[in-house]
Design a protein around this ligand. Structure first.
Ligand SMILES: Nc1ncnc2c1ncn2[C@@H]1O[C@H](COP(=O)(O)OP(=O)(O)O)[C@@H](O)[C@H]1O
Ligand SMILES: [Mg+2]
Length: 157
């Protein structure tokens, strides 16, 4: 059975460094329907930025390719799949270790996956060498009580 999502989007762009900002802002706009607070939005933008940067600098290196983002919203949860069809990762467990980087010369900190894991609720990394990498991450946005409802709750006491 097909999952019922309240909203879905697909985004594809070429692996130019300047598109990292575009991706982060586009995802922020997509998520805004869930009414995230500033912190939740900053967490999602940072995680997207790390995943997209990885596609651009590790997945495609000096070549150009397509970075794809699929976004889904289900109840109060956002699910994001960020993928490339680049070089892939040989050992995903090792790549996810804090401080592990294959590009120390490019001022990479090796903290990308660690940041995604700390800012999102769940992060899954699937990768096949020479075929590409897909990062699926999700985060639940806390429901907000609007002022009107809050007043009604107080008035009931
Ligand atoms: N999309 C990707 N394609 C190929 N390799 C990747 C990809 N994402 C991550 N990696 C590999 O995993 C390592 C760790 O990634 P990350 O934690 O973001 O650290 P950093 O980007 O600073 O190196 C990278 O150095 C790279 O070897
Ligand atoms: Mg990184």
């Amino acid at each position: 059975m097909k999952d019922n999502f309240e909203n879905e989007m697909k985004l594809e762009f070429i692996s130019k460094a300047s598109n990292e900002a575009f991706a982060r802002i586009a995802v922020a706009a997509f998520v805004s329907g869930l009414d995230p607070n500033i912190e939740e939005l900053a967490d999602i933008k940072t995680a997207v930025s790390e995943a997209v940067t990885n596609c651009i600098i590790h997945g495609y290196e000096d070549k150009q390719g397509i970075v794809k983002i699929v976004g889904k919203i289900k109840q109060n949860e956002v699910i994001l799949e960020i993928s490339d069809t680049g070089k892939g990762i040989e050992n995903v467990d090792m790549a996810k270790e804090p401080l592990y980087t294959t590009k120390p010369n490019l001022e990479r900190s090796g903290m990308g996956f660690t940041i995604m894991e700390s800012f999102m609720d769940e992060v899954k990394v699937e990768s096949v060498v020479d075929l590409g990498t897909k990062v699926t991450m999700s985060k639940k946005i806390k429901p907000k009580i609007d002022e009107n409802e809050e007043f009604q709750l107080i008035a009931k006491d």
